[in-house]
Ligand binder design. Structure first.
Ligand code: SF4
Length: 840
């Protein structure tokens, strides 16, 4: 019999097993930073040298800026389920454990690069990517093979013989010409979403810039003629770029930091699954609702965000531009628009000539007209003058060669009943001071300087006619399948929340062929109601982590002049980009340019060069996840002779590579690195971690330095080696400090301090003008011009190609994708400003 079971309880030592599950030996902090735009410092717990669990650092509320201002504790905890299980990635069976070289590629190099005498092609039997096997080799051997291949490719495709080979391989003559006789130009580099590692990933571009040394060696040209590699885009390639944004405001993308939600009266979550994809920032949306913000979700399916909305409007995929134009029609028809905003900040009052459909210019109308000088936050760079470094720039800089694009335009002044010139400087208060009251509606006969009369109408009036005749709620309902009353009701809501509507746009609608029109139409709705440039009223587009402009000092690392290398830790850095930008779309479409009949649509700087060698880091989107994957792998990739990939997880792209370098994960970085985000206000440092390397991996930076050292040995030119001095010396902080010193929102920070803070789980705040950062703030609050020809938000494109395409006005085109109607057709009744060149 047991009198007291608790006192008599048998040995309980076994319980220690459970208590010890969460015991750890030590902890360390690392930064999780995939392309989800968030970035989270996480604390890892280590037991017996094994990372056993991860949790948030709870350090975000301690972040401060240079003035000591502190972030809200509401930023904590910051993490998501994916970050919490990263240990599985760290130890997973698909980690790349070492350096691997494809057997056929190795043989090709070791046999001295045999080639077809006519075409220069490598033997097909040695280029069996995807079927061939890999050999694990020491990293040094892989670097040497890689360097030899790059040198041979540069030599083979340089000069007249190189051009003959490329033409014999079937490349378009315009592409061959674009290479400028340099084989180095056929080498392409791509660091995927490079901002996610400003030295680790951007280093791929630094490597490409360095290759001008190889060009100088191969072609025997001087530094002024030497060309670097080609480099590919990420943001636009991923369809993250909203292409209508630059057409409206002149910058890459307008955005607002997600914690602005509670400043708004109305948030439209449009084609964006905020709750699912903005994990650590989803609470800002739900908390905004608690504070009274109304949330309307516009979507093509019932998403996780849909059930967080006060209202859900489901539309047919790809009809977003029509939906926005329907909203604009109601706002104009019911005269709910903000006329003052429209007249002060947009080009809607600008007169368009009905004869040519081009905007009327002041010099066309007023005899002897002299263009107004540009002085509102703008300076014209004299010919030959180079732009100062980003932190020293106070406003826009316009090269003199482009000055003629930024000329005075014309409005119809209702006070005098005459046309009047308006300069680019005259935005906001500057426009008020002109005393003009421009007409928004009407047709006016304007006498040109040569005496000829031309009819002209304001952009607003042309747009209004199109909307009234084509984009009524009833028609838009038929196109989009949204109920008529939902279109009318939402338009009134947006107008009621004038200046306080946030448009949160996802990348879903970016996928459609007509996505530029989607952006232009949404900006039209926002501009009509004054919801631009305000903390609670703005347009934002959310996809990848793209905004490198926040780290404007990056060129001090990526584009250091390879012929003038700064070997001192503190000296000035000479910046000179030797590379050539190309869009990856041409590669994915079979390495062709667009021609139709005798017209070459792809011209000038858009023409890509042939691709013979590729180096990809942090990127699975060009090969394995590419659009047209089959075509790329079977028809395009065989034309390349060297494909190197850096990965920490064996991806589908690795399967088709020639060289795969296994690199460190975020949890095992041995050099510090840095990143920032377009959706939150933090600059974040990847601290070095004490975690022992479990597998034979190296840093991405070691791979660039390693191949550079092999090139130095091959060519006898020590500058290849010097270019990576601070990697070799384990002083990557020198490169990071250079970037910080050159970045306007970071200048004043010290990398050692930022790394120490990060190791403690605390980020730092970017020093931007507003918190949250607000695109167009300066324009709307300080009357500064946007980055456009008129200095205003532009809704009319007068360039010839837009007029020929029928997209001079914001119209609706049925997308070519997922439609059962006539693809690409412009939905419009006959209109005096729509004269597209039609198929014969
Ligand atoms: S939200 Fe993104 S950055 Fe943060 S823990 Fe999750 S995956 Fe990592």
């Amino acid at each position: 019999r047991v009198a007291n079971p608790l006192a008599e309880y048998p040995n309980r030592d076994w319980e220690r097993l459970y208590r010890d599950i969460f015991r750890h030996d030590r902890t360390f902090t690392f930064l999780c930073a995939p392309n989800d735009t968030h970035n989270c410092l996480l604390r890892a717990f280590v037991k017996n040298n094994v990372l056993v669990r991860i949790e948030p650092t709870y350090g975000y509320g301690k972040a401060t800026d240079l003035s000591g201002r502190r972030a809200s504790p509401r930023w904590d905890p910051r993490c998501c389920q994916k970050g919490l299980v990263l240990g599985r990635r760290l130890y997973g069976d698909r980690r790349v454990k070492g350096a691997f070289v494809r057997r056929g590629f190795k043989e090709w190099v070791e046999r001295g690069f045999p080639r077809d005498p006519v075409t220069g092609r490598a033997p097909a039997e040695l280029m069996r990517r995807g079927w061939d096997s890999f050999v694990r080799v020491p990293y040094e051997e892989a670097y040497a093979l890689h360097a030899r291949a790059l040198e041979n490719i540069a030599r083979t495709y340089s000069g007249p013989q190189g051009a003959r080979y490329l033409l014999a391989q079937g490349y378009d003559p315009a592409m061959v010409e674009a290479a400028g006789g340099s084989g180095v130009r056929t080498i392409k580099v791509r660091g995927g979403m490079a901002k996610l590692g400003v030295t680790r990933i951007v280093g791929t571009y630094r490597f490409g810039n360095m290759l001008a040394l190889l060009d100088a060696h191969v072609r025997g040209v001087g530094p002024d003629q030497a060309l670097g590699a080609g480099f590919w885009d990420s943001y636009s390639w991923h369809t993250d770029l909203p292409p209508g944004h630059p057409m409206v405001h002149g910058d890459q993308t307008s955005d607002w930091e997600l914690f602005a939600a509670e400043h708004a009266g109305l948030v439209l979550v449009w084609g964006m699954n905020w709750i699912t994809t903005k994990m650590p920032d989803s609470h800002w949306l739900t908390e905004a609702r608690l504070k009274g913000t109304r949330v309307v979700v516009i979507t093509v399916e019932y998403s996780a965000t849909a059930n967080k909305g006060d209202e859900v409007i489901v539309i047919r995929p790809g009809t977003d531009p029509a939906f926005a134009l329907g909203l604009a029609q109601v706002i104009i028809r019911e005269r709910l628009y903000d006329a003052a905003f429209v007249k002060r900040y947009t080009d809607l009052p600008r007169l368009v000539r009905l004869d040519t459909l081009e905007p009327l210019l002041a010099r066309d109308v007023f005899p002897g007209h002299r263009e107004a000088p540009l002085g509102n936050w703008t300076r014209v760079l004299a010919r030959g003058e180079s732009a100062p470094p980003a932190p020293a720039q106070d406003g826009m800089l316009i090269p003199e060669a482009l000055r003629d694009e930024f000329v005075d335009f014309v409005v119809w002044d209702t006070r005098t009943g005459r046309p009047a010139p308006v300069s680019r400087d005259q935005v906001g208060e500057h426009f008020d001071r002109t005393g003009l009251d421009p007409a928004l509606e009407g047709t006016f006969e304007v006498r040109l300087a040569d005496g000829r009369p031309v009819p002209a109408r304001p952009v607003f009036d042309l747009t209004r006619q199109y909307l009234d005749e084509t984009m009524t709620p009833e028609t838009v309902s038929k196109i989009t399948w949204a109920p008529t009353e939902a279109i009318v009701g939402l338009a009134r809501e947006i107008a009621r929340h004038g200046g306080r509507t946030l448009f949160a746009m996802g990348m879903g609608p970016n996928q459609f062929f007509n996505n530029d029109l989607k952006d232009r139409a949404i900006f039209l709705v926002a501009a009509l109601t004054g919801s631009i440039g305000r903390m609670g009223g703005n347009v934002g587009s959310y996809a990848g982590n793209y905004r490198t402009s926040l780290l404007s000092g990056v060129p001090r690392f990526a584009a250091e002049d390879p012929f003038n290398i700064q070997l001192g830790a503190a000296g000035p850095v000479a910046v000179r980009s030797t590379m050539r930008y190309e869009s990856l779309h041409y590669y994915a479409a079979g390495e062709v340019i667009h021609r139709a009949g005798d017209k070459q649509f792809t011209a000038g700087a858009h023409v890509p060069t042939p691709t013979k060698a590729i180096w990809l880091t942090n990127s699975n989107s060009q090969i394995a996840n590419t659009k047209y994957h089959y075509d790329v792998v079977f028809n395009t990739l065989p034309r390349q002779e060297c494909l190197a990939i850096n990965e920490w997880w064996w991806s589908g792209s690795c399967e088709y590579a020639d060289i795969v370098y296994g690199v460190d994960s975020w949890m095992g970085l041995k050099y510090p690195d840095m990143t920032a985000s377009n959706t939150n206000p933090f600059v974040q440092v990847f601290p070095r971690t004490p975690l022992r390397r479990n597998f034979p991996t190296v840093s991405d930076l070691d791979t660039y330095a390693g191949v550079a050292a092999a090139l130095a040995r091959l060519t006898g030119d020590g500058r290849f080696d010097d270019y990576w001095k601070f990697v070799r010396d384990n002083r990557v902080d020198v490169y990071l400090q250079r970037i910080i010193d050159g970045s306007a929102p970071l200048r004043g920070y010290n990398i050692a301090d930022l790394e120490a803070r990060a190791a403690d789980g605390v980020p730092a705040l970017m020093n931007t003008r507003t918190y949250p950062r607000t695109f167009s703030w300066e324009q709307v609050h300080e009357s500064k011009p946007w980055y456009t020809k008129t200095g205003r938000l532009e809704f009319y494109r007068g360039e010839r190609e837009f007029i020929e395409a029928g997209e001079n006005m914001v119209v609706y085109r049925e997308p070519v994708d997922s439609t059962f109607y006539d693809p690409n057709v412009i939905v419009a009744r006959p209109h005096p400003a729509l004269r597209p060149v039609a198929p014969e």
